[in-house]
Ligand binder design. Structure first.
Ligand code: CO8
Length: 265
């Protein structure tokens, strides 16, 4: 599309309300350097504010990798101040993705290591192909995960599994990642992965966007609240949806036995 910005390390394609965002630095297995992080932030910002887009799918432009981590060659010479600032850039990105009103889905083919696993964990759903490999090799480099990994992994699969993965730096395959609850479904190859993820993304995009956005907010915010406050939040958001045109349309369409036409209003 004409109105999508050009990036040096990303490709953005929008089709039928679904944006496919591809990290593209294939020579270094899509490693994240400062420029890629900045471009990702700009791209997500742009997609969040593009009312034609209802769902974002993130993938990697390399047969071997989703994202093989932060760029080790760039990090190698960083001092403490620069490293903290680099991690904060990463945090700004994952916070933005977490807080987006639109679902973001990771389609992982090949390596999702370190910052790459962390980028996937920042997404709302992770799907993988059979050859996907996940891991946190940071301790093998004398560092630790710094892009939300220590916090997001434990929330997905619990402390003991997070400890083992992060302390050993070992890689796990897609099936194991599914067993620990990080991956939702595993597909035979990249083509089947992308086709199925786009199908799911289109299914989500056909639903009421405010309902989906509020459900995302209730789940994400609620998990960090005591249950009674989380239920209050759910009730408030549920209530607000009854002031939308989409709720009227959704229920009217059901009664009239037709497909609802949601406007996001
Ligand atoms: N950074 C920079 N370059 C990389 C990276 C990386 N993370 N991963 C791969 N590359 C480069 C290689 O150096 C190589 O380049 P060249 O051809 O110039 O030698 C090219 O990509 C191809 O890689 P390999 O030849 O190594 O391919 P193999 O198939 O032999 O191995 C592996 C694939 C196993 C994925 C291997 O490349 C590897 O171990 N990569 C590093 C993985 C890693 O340790 N990732 C974690 C990095 S640390 C991190 O992510 C910390 C995040 C915390 C803060 C971030 C804030 C944003």
């Amino acid at each position: 599309r004409e109105d999508v910005m050009e990036y040096n390390n990303l490709k953005v394609e929008i089709k039928d309300s679904v944006a496919l965002l591809t990290v593209s630095r294939p020579k270094v297995l899509n490693a994240l350097n400062s420029e890629v992080l900045k471009e990702l932030e700009c791209a997500f910002y742009e997609l969040e504010n593009n009312s034609d887009v209802k769902v974002v799918v993130v993938t990697g432009d390399c047969e071997k990798a989703f994202v093989a981590g932060a760029d080790i060659k760039e990090m190698a010479n960083m001092n403490a101040i620069e490293a903290e600032s680099f991690a904060k850039k990463g945090h700004a990105l994952i916070r933005f993705v977490r807080n987006m009103s639109k679902p973001v889905i990771a389609a992982v083919n090949g390596y999702a290591l370190g910052g790459g696993f962390e980028l996937a964990l920042a997404c709302d759903i992770i799907y993988a192909s059979k050859n996907a490999k996940f891991g946190f090799p940071e301790v093998t480099l004398g560092i630790m995960p710094g892009f939300g990994g220590t916090q997001n992994l434990v929330r997905v699969c619990g402390e003991k599994i997070a400890n083992e993965l992060i302390f050993t730096g070992k890689m796990i395959d897609a099936q194991k990642a599914k067993e620990i609850g990080a991956v939702v479904e595993v597909f035979e190859d990249k083509e089947m992965l992308i086709n199925s993820v786009m199908e799911t993304a289109n299914k989500i995009a056909s639903n009421g966007p405010i309902g989906v956005a509020y459900a995302k907010k209730a789940i994400l915010t609620g998990v960090n609240l005591p249950l009674s406050e989380a239920l209050d939040l759910e009730a408030s958001l549920f209530g607000i949806l009854f002031s939308t045109e989409d709720q009227k349309e959704g229920m009217k369409a059901f009664v009239e036995k037709r497909k609802a036409e949601f406007k996001g209003k």
